[in-house]
Design a protein around this ligand. Structure first.
Ligand code: HEC
Ligand SMILES: [Cu+2]
Length: 335
């Protein structure tokens, strides 16, 4: 067992999906990531060889021609003014190397970009916001945040196509084990696809500095068996939980300004500025991965988001203890 799989084994949690916290791009688990790794290795090999040759020559020269006791320091060493052969060689060879690198890179980039979607494609629209990701499934009528669920299959036949958009500034969507990073630019649709060949809870992050909380604009990509993905979509498609015992708590939530920024499907909360909360409790983390999603953290978040994710675009609303309890009790029904 190699150390990596031992680590992956130790990280398996109750959810059964392997944790892929070490977002190692040299251990790709999808086709785009695999072909990009090949290019990276080739580039590494060529530039590594150049490094060894150049470094070796420098070391050799320093050792061979160092000054020795008894050298006549006033005497100039022999001066060489150009050699056509050498000049031609060190012009042509680097040009050839650069062309090889350009050719291989262009071929792989074009191959990844031009791959046509198989029939069983899932379409996902990801919209970058400072500092969280809105995730929409147009074919399913689902909107969620930060945690992207997609199906996987061992043979890579289950591909997901992402359309990437931004609400504000430039971001970049990157799940290193699955594909290269793609910029997320305002007023422009970019595309990206991936076909995970292993189930897992993959870690990714915004990869383009976008403001103070850039580092907490994390991506969680859940690649799960198609049956589980189907189950997930069915749950996400239902309206918010209407447990009657939560009616009072719900009324408190709906009376607060939360509704201006957050959506809870089937209620009067129809804000679009912040993450959709309809199935909040189905997500493992909140605040773009800044804290785990549990009662204690939810309460702390609603009480003072600025204390947890300073600068984030949810204000601290100064609720009373009682309001806090009720709001959190309501949020907890949103499974
Ligand atoms: C001015 C708009 C605004 C108001 C008002 C607001 N929020 Fe938020 N809320 C946000 C934004 C923006 C985020 C995302 C912050 C981030 O991750 O950077 C957020 C995040 C959250 C999250 C975490 C969601 C997730 O999946 O990460 C919860 C829970 C939440 N808000 C609950 C509330 C509650 C409850 C209220 C009312 C007491 C409220 N919010 C009021 C804008 C708002
Ligand atoms: Cu960012």
């Amino acid at each position: 067992m190699n150390p990596y799989s031992l680590l992956a084994f130790l990280q398996v949690q109750a959810s059964n999906l392997p944790e892929r916290k070490i977002a190692n791009m040299f251990r790709p688990l999808a086709s785009p990531g695999e072909s990009e790794k090949q290019v990276a290795l080739l580039t590494f090999a060529i530039t590594g060889a150049i490094f060894v040759v150049v470094g070796g020559l420098i070391v050799y020269t320093i050792a061979r021609f160092r000054s020795r006791p008894g050298d006549d320091l006033r005497q100039e060493p022999p001066q060489v003014y150009g050699s056509n052969q050498i000049e031609v060689a060190w012009t042509i060879i680097p040009i050839l190397i650069v062309f090889v690198l350009i050719g291989v890179t262009a071929r792989v980039v074009a191959g990844v970009q031009n791959a046509s979607p198989p029939k069983t494609t899932t379409h996902v629209t990801v919209i970058g916001h400072q500092w969280w990701w809105e995730v929409q499934y147009p074919d399913y009528g689902i909107t969620t945040a930060n945690e992207v669920h997609i199906p996987f299959s061992l043979d890579g036949a289950q591909a997901t196509y992402f359309m990437l958009q931004s609400m504000d500034v430039a971001h970049s969507f990157w799940v290193p084990q699955l594909s290269g990073k793609t910029d997320v630019i305002p007023n422009r649709d970019n595309y990206l696809w991936m076909n995970p060949k292993a189930a897992g809870y993959y870690y990714g992050n915004c990869a383009e500095y976008c403001g103070t909380q850039h580092a907490n604009m994390q991506i969680r990509l859940v690649a799960e068996p198609p049956e589980d993905f189907k189950k997930w979509t069915l749950n996400q498609q239902t309206k918010a939980n209407e447990a009657s015992e939560a009616a009072q708590d719900k009324a408190v939530f709906l009376s607060l300004s939360c509704v201006n920024c957050h959506m809870v499907q089937g209620t009067t909360a129809i804000g679009k500025f912040g993450p959709d909360l309809t199935h909040l409790m189905s997500r493992r983390e909140i605040g773009g991965g800044v804290i785990e999603n549990n009662r204690k953290n939810l309460r702390a978040w609603v009480n003072d988001p600025q204390g947890i994710k300073p600068g984030c675009l949810m204000p601290s609303l100064k609720l009373t203890d009682r309001e806090l309890d009720q709001v959190v009790a309501y949020l907890e029904t949103l499974k």
